[in-house]
Design a protein around this ligand. Structure first.
Ligand code: CMC
Length: 433
């Protein structure tokens, strides 16, 4: 078989007087990969690829991205179709199982997720140990890690059914824990999950309902949140998913593997960008200040980047950003909210897309550029934005973890390095230094 992009079945690496033939692996879609596994043995050299910009770390059948064309597929289905026709829970099923569910399969899945949403009461005292002003992502990381203490001793990772139930528990419990972390930070009592509500609405109730009065929740809010969850559900081997896989490759408890993914997501170069975007837009303040923000982002000395712009894989408009952009206008219109930050965001986007610096480097708005404006319109506090991302991405993380556990080629992840430290030297006593 050969790939129609390159026509290559193998490549030959000339190493000194040796020619090493390396097989080329062909994916269903996308660029072929040169299998370099035998390079160290044949040449005595490792390969170097800082930030893994050119290296595939695994085989995966879950998500496909064509960054040049701006295409995103979950299990082969275009994100635009799923955003229009599906729901987050159905997408979670699809990511985990590979196929869209039948009615019966979906009902069973929804029932299972709904009936695993509670957390052990001991969590309340654990939660109470956090400072009231702890960032919810710090609390979420800790709380998820602590789930391993409830599900470890009897957990048999060799049993596919136990692995599946672990994935379901995580999809079910992360919203409960996330809402509890937020309520702790504002001093509200924890709200228990209500099984008569569907996934996203249930989460919004746990987040926002006060015990003293019923919550009037707009269906627009639940629909918008569900859509954002779909868009954030998976994104192939991004930093947090790769972290989940790296931890998972050691045979570690899956709850700590996902907790590690939450930690990786928090960084501003990754999921923390949605919080950073809103702070940046607020700092810019008015459309008239956009030009100086663009100038600052182009000045390498400033250390400032346009948050919500650029992507490791997309060198075109992020298809999720296009959907969120459209949704922002609709949601704000339907909720009757007018937000001056939307004007700043639109002006910033327009200016950046015409600027030579951004055009040359193919820097386009990413999914996080507009999502914060929607979350703000839905009354979600800024420090919870990355937590929203984590709830959605849990579906992707558990799907990758399941796939990895079943992969016969799974090995402990162990990159090499280029050592740049001192060569071998003798210890010098403290009196002689
Ligand atoms: N503002 C200004 N310049 C930028 C930006 C930006 N947002 N992003 C990249 N550049 C420049 C960068 O300085 C470099 O310039 P030069 O070639 O002159 O050195 C060039 O573009 C390439 O950048 P890079 O850092 O090598 O690209 P990368 O693929 O390693 O980084 C990124 C991708 C997302 C980390 C980066 O674009 C960035 O920091 N963006 C802002 C943070 C952000 O929005 N992150 C959310 C990503 S999408 C959600 C998710 O998947 O988590």
């Amino acid at each position: 078989m050969s790939d129609n992009k390159t026509g290559l079945d193998q490549v030959t690496l000339a190493a000194g007087d040796k020619n090493i033939v390396l097989p080329v692996l062909h994916p269903t879609l996308g660029a072929p990969c040169i299998d370099i596994a035998k390079v160290p043995k044949e040449t005595g050299c490792f390969t170097y690829d800082a930030g893994f910009t050119a290296t595939a770390s695994c085989k995966s059948a879950i998500t496909y991205i064509d960054g040049d064309a701006g295409v995103l597929l979950y299990r082969g289905y275009p994100i635009e179709q799923l955003a229009e026709k599906s729901s987050f829970l159905e997408v979670a099923y699809l990511l985990m199982n590979g196929e869209l569910p039948t009615t019966g399969e979906f009902e069973k899945f929804e029932h299972e997720v709904t009936h695993h949403t509670m957390m052990h009461e001991a969590f309340k005292s654990f939660l109470g140990g956090f400072r009231h002003d702890a960032h919810p992502m710090a609390m979420l990381t800790g709380m998820l890690g602590s789930l391993a203490s409830f599900y470890h001793n009897d957990l048999d990772l060799e049993d596919p059914e136990q692995r599946r139930m672990t994935a379901i528990r995580l999809i079910a419990k992360v919203p409960t824990i996330a809402a509890a972390c937020y309520r702790h930070s504002i001093g509200w009592p924890i709200r228990y999950p209500r099984n008569n509500l569907e996934y996203t609405t249930r989460f919004l109730h746990m987040l926002k309902e006060v015990p003293s009065e019923p919550l009037e929740l707009s269906p627009v809010a639940a629909k918008a949140m569900d859509l954002l969850f779909i868009l954030h559900a998976d994104h192939e081997q991004n930093a947090s998913t790769s972290t989940v896989r790296l931890v998972g490759s050691t045979g570690a408890n899956p709850y700590v593997s996902v907790a590690a993914g939450v930690a990786a997501l928090w960084g501003p170069a990754h999921g923390g960008a949605n919080e950073a975007v809103l702070k940046m837009l607020a700092e810019i303040g008015r459309p008239e200040n956009v030009k100086s923000a663009i100038d600052k982002a182009k000045d390498k000395e400033s250390g400032f980047r346009l948050m919500g712009f650029g992507h490791r894989v997309y060198k075109n408009y992020d298809p999720r950003a296009a959907l969120v952009r459209k949704m922002t206008h609709e949601v704000l219109g339907q909720l009757g909210v007018s937000d001056p930050l939307l004007d700043v965001a639109m002006k910033l986007e327009e200016a950046a897309l015409q600027d030579e610096y951004f055009v040359q480097r193919k820097l386009y708005p990413n999914v996080d550029f507009y999502s914060g404006i929607i979350y703000k319109a839905l009354g979600i506090p800024v420090e919870m934005f990355t937590v929203m991302f984590a709830i959605a991405r849990t579906a992707g993380w558990v799907s990758h973890w399941l796939e990895q556990q079943e992969d016969p080629e799974n090995k402990i992840g162990r990159p090499r390095q280029i050592y740049t430290g001192s060569a071998n030297r003798d210890y010098v006593g403290i009196d002689k230094r």
